[in-house]
Design a protein around this ligand. Structure first.
Ligand code: GDP
Ligand code: MG
Length: 293
């Protein structure tokens, strides 16, 4: 059996479970996940190496056209790159659900790119007999190499998906060392884990106007000292993120710190400040500094 290696872009509209799927495949919580659309803002590579193949999965922001500020346009560009630059596209949708937003995302996948439709969240399908007609429906949308129902939540059928994806990759040696799981460093994950808590704990539109910046990341033996700033766009947002008596900020930073300690395997001392940064999501230079552009 020849060794195969290459990249697979995880693309689709927001909220279909691309990041959850990446985490399930790697057996590690690498990508942040929340019930809200547009939690993912960065391309994130997660590498799976087995005896027969190496697949570099690229998680991407969901393609969407509802919000049109500069940040969202930038995220859409990233989503397009994930589809364009990968050897194979895993187009992730929700089982029994295909709408205009899915189609818009699919339209961004170059026609010459081998694509597999991944029907995620099959654990939620109550009537299995509806799956077959849905597969037929998806097959009419594009010439997919395969259509694979899976559940990122339970892991159902994920091995079959991996087998299909690997078979579509070119023969070749591994591109990453076998023990390397990602292209990102701890500083990146520190910011991401903190942002995940904003997406999970804050309500309404507030998470969308928040951003996280790690100001300093120092390792002292097994202890990591991390200073981070939470940006909000307006003065009125500040007391909401802070919460009564600072309770919300405390909860956000405690939950983030625990996740960091689990991921980094050592104690973390985390300090978080809130800062008003007007219109950061519309400012090209700021977005560049944040690594979005
Ligand atoms: N029931 C169910 N929920 C899922 C599954 N995969 C993801 N989700 C949920 O769908 C939401 C969006 O997931 P996420 O991975 O952030 O989607 P992304 O925006 O495509 O990256 C979260 O609430 C996940 O817990 C699945 O297989 N089954
Ligand atoms: Mg995501």
């Amino acid at each position: 059996m020849p060794f195969r290696s290459g990249s697979v872009g995880l693309v689709g509209r927001p909220n279909t479970g691309k990041s959850s799927l990446l985490n399930r495949i790697l057996g590690e919580k690498l990508a942040i996940v929340s019930p809200r659309a547009q939690t993912t803002r960065h391309l994130l590579t997660g590498v799976l190496t087995t005896e027969h193949c190496q697949i570099a999965f690229v998680d991407s922001p969901g393609f969407q056209t509802r919000h049109r500020n500069l940040l969202n346009r930038t995220l859409n560009r990233r989503a397009g790159e994930a589809a364009r630059d990968a050897d194979v596209v895993a187009f992730v949708l929700e089982a029994l659900h295909f709408d205009a937003a899915d189609r818009a995302a699919l339209d961004r996948v170059p026609a010459d790119r081998p694509a597999v439709a991944v029907l995620n969240k099959v654990d939620r399908v109550r009537t299995p007999s509806r799956l077959l007609p849905f597969v037929a429906r998806v097959a009419r949308e594009r010439q997919f190499e395969a259509i694979v129902p899976v559940s990122a939540a339970t892991g159902r059928n994920v091995p079959e998906l991996l087998r299909v994806l690997a078979s579509l990759l070119p023969e070749g040696p591994p591109l990453y060392p076998a023990d390397q799981m990602t292209d990102r460093d701890e500083r990146f994950f520190a910011a991401e884990l903190l942002r995940e808590k904003l997406f999970r704990l804050l309500t309404d539109e507030l998470p969308y106007s928040c951003e996280v910046r790690v100001e300093s990341f120092r390792e002292e033996g097994r202890l990591r000292r991390i200073d981070a700033t939470l940006w909000v766009e307006r003065e009125a947002h500040k007391p909401i993120v802070l919460g009564r008596g600072g309770a919300m900020l405390k909860r956000i930073s405690t939950e983030a710190r625990k996740d960091m300690e689990r991921m980094f395997g050592g104690k973390v001392f985390l300090q978080v400040w809130i800062k008003v940064k007007r219109n950061w999501s519309e400012d090209a230079r700021t977005l560049r500094e944040l690594g979005y552009a």
